[in-house]
Ligand binder design. Structure first.
Ligand code: NAD
Length: 491
């Protein structure tokens, strides 16, 4: 039923129109205002969501504070079971969730999401969080540590991968016994609301997970400043991350930041190009280049640059562009602002003297005219210091830079302010290890791109890409604070 309604874009049958979730209830914004969520391929209205503000954040934080003691004190095996039940529902309904997200983000729909599995991973830890016993200097003393939840946490989510990024915080946060207020992005909040609806259906108690929709400078800015908030997670741009960090500083609220990237794909001369090139192009265009860890710098050993550039160009020309319902490889950008930004960078690349090989503009034609479609774009002869080699474009634009040996490749790879991810393509294990160790980034891939083939690999940035990690066991510990208990049992 839900899938049919989604395919027919009858989103009012899937989610309540103009409502967000506070204390287990679907409510309007207190001021009654709404935000239109549009389809970025056609600019048609999909659904309205509340334009939440400080009062709505206050209501959500109060609800989360009321729900906290019972959630914290629940038998952790029961908590794990409830989260597991929610994970199973997310898996069972994963086609719907990923379809709704594809529609609002504009991504051609490719099937299921694995957020249920991510939640399952953390649900399993809920009853395995332990402290340590401390050595004592006399027999009558006993010391140990407790790991306790913070209380009410906040999380701000971007639009590019809303449910995955929301769950990256939500799963460890709730498993550790905290309650949460989520502020999704104004451009793509719908799939997050559906995920929260399934939490209620799974029996997660009202108030444990609250979603307040709204603009960043209104609902978003109010969240870290709320007196109930004890810990924040933010995923988004470095500029907004810095603002949120300053807001957190006002109330001394700890936070982790998952920010942007300018990730290098390093192709050494012995790379298996048949494997490397399709992966590099597929990864670049997936989500229209709007993924924080997208490999947007192609670093190629000079001796093979011409061949690699020609092969990448050919692969790029095969990319099929369309909207969520098409059998396509790439969709539109999220909004007009993002389209302007990407087109501006294409212009900047030309002005800086880089050689445009493929693309470089907006896509034209009946299918594209109402949406924010740009061409997959390849630049060659890019110098490491150029802006298109240094700044995050957040679009399907690949900048080719050449190097003469692996040491120079590492130097170029590390020459931006970012450090989120990187890959090295080579069949020489010794060079792969040298490069992987030399790169300053939170994840390094060898002969692949992405971490989907392993479970629990910590994800996060070096330098301006942020700090703190999602995924992995350490994340759940980050959602706890340590208390030392020292007992004197002397007569
Ligand atoms: P953004 O920073 O504009 O917005 C992110 C979120 O912050 C949105 O919910 C927005 O409403 C909110 N926000 C905006 N202004 C705010 C303010 N003053 N106070 C509080 N909240 C505010 O980012 P975006 O355009 O949605 O996403 C793109 C950026 O996110 C890119 O830089 C990308 O690399 C980064 N990103 C990083 C990761 C990661 O895991 N490292 C993942 C996805 C996206």
């Amino acid at each position: 039923m839900s899938l049919e309604a989604l395919r027919a874009l009858e989103l009012g049958k899937v989610l309540p129109d103009g409502k967000h979730l506070i204390g287990g209830e679907w409510v309007s914004a207190q001021a009654g205002e709404t935000i239109d969520v549009i389809n970025p391929a056609t600019q048609e209205l999909l659904l309205r969501v509340p334009r939440g503000k400080e009062v709505d954040i206050d209501a959500a934080c109060q609800a989360a504070a009321r729900a906290f003691p019972a959630w914290r004190d629940m038998n952790p095996t029961m908590r794990a079971n409830l989260l597991s039940r929610w994970a199973n529902l997310l898996t069972a309904r994963s086609e719907e969730i990923s379809l709704l997200e594809a529609i609002e983000v504009g991504r051609p729909h490719k099937g299921r999401t694995n957020i249920g599995m991510n939640l399952q991973y953390f649900a399993g830890f809920a009853d395995k969080i332990t402290g340590t016993t401390l050595p004592s200097v006399k027999p009558e003393a006993l010391g140990f540590t407790l790991r306790e939840p913070y209380g009410v946490c906040g999380c701000i989510v971007p639009w590019n991968g809303p449910t995955t990024l929301m769950m990256n915080d939500t799963a460890p946060c709730l498993a550790a016994g905290n309650t949460l207020v989520v502020k999704p992005a104004e451009d793509a909040p719908l799939a997050c609301l559906l995920v929260a609806k399934l939490a209620l259906e799974a029996g997660i108690p009202p108030g444990v997970l609250n979603i307040v929709t709204g603009y960043g400078n209104e609902a978003g800015a109010a969240l870290p400043l709320h007196p109930e908030i004890r810990r924040m997670g933010f995923t988004g741009s470095p500029e907004t991350g810095a603002i949120v960090m300053k807001l957190c500083a006002e109330h001394l609220v700890p936070l982790h930041l998952e920010l942007g990237g300018k990730s290098p794909q390093i192709v050494l001369r012995d790379a298996d190009l048949e494997k490397a090139i399709p992966t590099i192009v597929r990864q670049l265009v997936s989500n229209s280049g709007q993924i924080c860890y997208t490999g947007t710098r192609l670093l190629v050993e000079e001796s093979m640059r011409k061949n690699v550039v020609a092969a990448v160009a050919q692969e790029m020309q095969r990319v099929r562009v369309g909207q969520w319902s098409d059998d396509a490889d790439m969709g539109p950008l999220i909004n007009i602002k993002q389209e302007r930004r990407v087109l501006d960078y294409m212009e900047i690349g030309r002005d800086e003297g880089a050689r445009l090989v493929v693309g470089g503009g907006k896509l034209a034609g009946e299918k594209f005219d109402r949406g924010f479609f740009v061409e997959p774009t390849l630049f060659d002869d890019v110098k490491p210091g150029m802006r298109i080699a240094q700044e995050e474009i957040f679009g399907p634009v690949l900048s080719t830079i050449s190097f003469s040996d692996p040491e120079e490749a590492v130097e170029i790879a590390n020459s931006t302010k970012y450090g989120l991810a990187a890959s090295v393509w080579t069949n020489d294990l010794r060079r792969a290890v040298r490069v992987a160790k030399g790169i300053q980034a939170g994840q390094v891939y060898v002969n692949t791109y992405g971490w989907g083939s392993v479970i629990g690999a910590p994800f996060g940035g070096y330098k301006h890409s942020g700090f703190g990690r999602t995924h992995g066991y350490e994340t759940i510990l980050d959602y706890t604070q340590v208390k030392s208990v020292i007992i004197n049992a002397e007569d």
